[in-house]
Write a protein that binds this ligand. Structure first.
Ligand code: HEM
Ligand code: HEM
Length: 185
């Protein structure tokens, strides 16, 4: 960190803090937007009136499915590029990796379980009504409700992780007034 500051003073070209790479930043915000749309849409399915419920399913499932592909890109990007160093204490770094790792895992389990569940119930995904997506399983009533239960439980785990994530960002930005938020902007 001290080295970065020295370089900044001398060259004015390297920022005082390190940011995530541009691909990581773009993927973070696209996935964040999709999740902030998909999660409430999923919750609304149960409350939607009969004549619009299939539209809620279609939008929820089509947006949610995009999360899977972006997350696969994200895992690849994370593998190839190192995230910037944290300046926090060891327990803080540990907490951040647990929450970030949990978010990665939940964001893969969610679309996979949802996709397999809808196929197992006998409703293959027609992406935004355009084309049917190939599935490794067809109608399988035996496992359909287990997959749905995994999807529902993961949805609440994801919400908890999200609350911890946003709480941590707020704490850094408002209480400590440090550079954390700017690392991902
Ligand atoms: C990041 C992606 C996703 C998130 C955050 C998400 C979130 C949710 C939430 C919060 C619910 C309501 C939970 C409940 O009432 O049981 C739900 C329900 C549902 N979701 Fe998703 N979902 C995602 C992706 C998908 C995908 C890709 C599909 C299918 C292609 C899907 C299919 C369903 C179905 C069929 C339901 C109704 C309840 C069930 O049978 O499990 N979801 N989702
Ligand atoms: C909407 C407001 C959000 C804000 C302000 C925000 C802010 C941030 C910040 C500041 C970081 C960098 C933390 C660091 O210094 O290492 C970060 C990383 C991260 N965020 Fe968010 N975030 C938001 C939404 C989300 C959502 C909706 C998700 C996923 C559902 C998410 C998942 C992640 C993950 C997995 C990381 C770790 C970075 C990586 O390795 O890819 N964030 N976020």
């Amino acid at each position: 960190m001290a080295d970065m500051r020295a370089l900044d003073v001398e060259t004015h070209s390297i920022p005082f803090f390190q940011r995530y790479g541009s691909a990581a930043r773009m993927l973070h915000w696209s996935v964040a937007c999709l999740v902030l749309i998909t999660w409430p849409l999923g919750m609304m399915i149960g409350f939607a009136k009969k004549d619009v419920v299939s539209a809620f399913y279609l939008l929820h499932e089509s947006f949610g499915f995009m999360v899977l592909w972006l997350m696969l890109l994200r895992v690849g990007n994370r593998w190839l590029t190192k995230p910037p160093q944290h300046s926090g204490s060891r327990p803080e770094k540990f907490a951040a990796s647990v929450v970030h790792g949990g978010l990665y895992l939940a964001l893969i389990i969610m679309p996979v379980s949802g996709f397999l569940a809808t196929n197992a119930h006998g409703f293959p995904l027609k992406w935004f009504g355009l084309f049917e997506v190939w599935s490794p399983i067809g109608k399988t009533p035996d496992i359909a409700w287990t997959l749905s239960a995994i999807h529902t439980w993961s949805a609440w785990i994801l919400l908890t992780l999200l609350a911890l994530h946003l709480g941590a960002v707020l704490m850094h930005h408002v209480v400590r007034k440090d550079e954390t938020l700017y690392r991902i902007l």
